[in-house]
Design a protein around this ligand. Structure first.
Ligand SMILES: Nc1cc(N)c2c(=O)[nH][nH]c(=O)c2c1
Length: 372
């Protein structure tokens, strides 16, 4: 009996409010997943991540397979025990980061061989090995191995990568062996070509997956291209399965994705931006490196539900950023993740109330009018 199940609670146009029940707890959707790259969401205790409202976090297979190694994590009780995060974890397949981080990559029908960017050691990732690694990590939602290409690209290249990804999807499903306690998602590819995307979606559904990721986006294309691809592809995906937009994004990307039928998101942006002095608020993003803040006694947002937005002056946050104090990275990572959770929680409530269009308009108006 499958122990990971998606329930649709409400919809408003293409926007959906759902819940994924897993053996390690529920995931309320639309959901934003903080990225815990190598078994940690940078600068955050796991309990702080949970307190922001996150139901699930992401682990990167590429980083964890290189260091400390999948078999070592399994021997230490799996990733949840290793990092002391007892709620759901989603892992990627590792393929995307092989192509973006590893050295001397060689891609064949079998899979991809590469040299570690850490110590130059040789490794191979195949659909079968990726499923094995993610199972060793004891991940709750795992991904097929796929090939993601950057945009813009020639149509024949997009078609080649999409068709390879479909063959790898089939091998991933076989290797997954219908494990009941975790979910396997297929990944839709096809670049910005509607016909290729439709063929990918249909091919994945003929294989059958617990959820459908939308890959090949957030790879350099303009936002309007991403939104067009989403508008084209979500109607082609099963209504009763989660849709996960990989690697996205900034708040306006996420709001646009929700309006176009996406249920799950992940991105390093909120934590990375926090470490670089950018704070996300209800009024948009504020660059606290800017000298204009050095005498500003106002808090970041005195009406925020997040105490960290009310506790310190902008001058103090500016000081932490300019002096590169560790507390700056900690506080701004928490502020940004909390804002992303505030945004998705607000979207969930708006969809349930049948007012996602009003919510989106109000949110964008606040971003535009922000006194930063
Ligand atoms: N932006 C993206 C981020 C990602 N982690 C992935 C991925 O893991 N697989 N495939 C993808 O297409 C992809 C795109």
């Amino acid at each position: 009996m499958k122990q990971v199940n998606f329930s649709l609670i409400a919809s408003d146009g293409m926007a959906r409010r759902g819940r994924i029940d897993t053996p390690r707890g529920e995931i309320n959707t639309p959901a934003f997943m903080p990225v815990g790259t190598a078994g940690t969401v940078k600068a955050m205790y796991p309990e702080q991540v949970r307190e922001t409202g996150a139901d699930i976090l992401l682990g990167n297979t590429y980083h964890l397979m290189l260091r400390p190694g999948a078999e070592r994590v399994a021997g230490l009780g799996g990733l949840h025990t290793f990092m002391d995060w007892q709620r759901p974890i989603l892992t990627d397949s590792g393929g995307f980061q092989v192509m973006s981080l590893a050295k001397l990559r060689k891609l064949t029908e079998k899979g991809v061989t590469f040299k570690s960017h850490i110590d130059g050691s040789s490794h191979e990732l195949t659909p079968e090995r990726s499923i094995e690694i993610q199972t060793l990590l004891d991940s709750d939602i795992i991904m097929q191995l796929d090939e993601c290409i950057a945009l813009p690209a020639e149509r024949k290249e997009m078609e080649r990568a999409m068709e390879l990804s479909l063959r790898w999807a089939d091998r991933s499903k076989t290797a997954f062996n219908n494990q009941a306690n975790r979910a396997l998602f297929g990944i839709v590819q096809g670049g910005d070509d509607p016909e290729l995307r439709a063929r990918s979606a249909a091919g994945l559904q003929s294989i059958g997956f617990d959820g459908y990721s939308i890959g090949g986006l957030a790879v350099g294309e303009p936002q309007e291209v991403m939104f067009r691809v989403l508008s084209d592809i979500t109607p082609e995906l099963p209504w009763d399965r989660p849709r996960y937009l990989m690697g996205v994004g900034k708040p306006d990307d996420i709001l646009g994705g929700i309006e176009r039928g996406v249920d799950m998101f992940d991105c390093v942006h909120p934590t990375r931006a926090g470490r670089h002095g950018h704070a996300y608020t209800r009024f948009g993003v504020i660059n606290l490196k800017n000298a204009r803040h050095k005498d500003d006694h106002r808090p970041l947002d005195e009406a925020s539900p997040n105490p960290n937005c009310r506790r310190w002056s902008r001058a103090y946050l500016h000081h932490l950023v300019r002096t590169e104090e560790i507390l700056g990275a900690m506080v701004l990572s928490q502020i940004n993740l909390a804002y992303y959770q505030e945004l998705t929680a607000g979207a969930r409530a708006a969809i349930e109330a049948g007012r996602i269009s009003d919510f989106a308009a109000e949110t964008r108006a606040a971003w535009a009018a922000g006194d930063l």
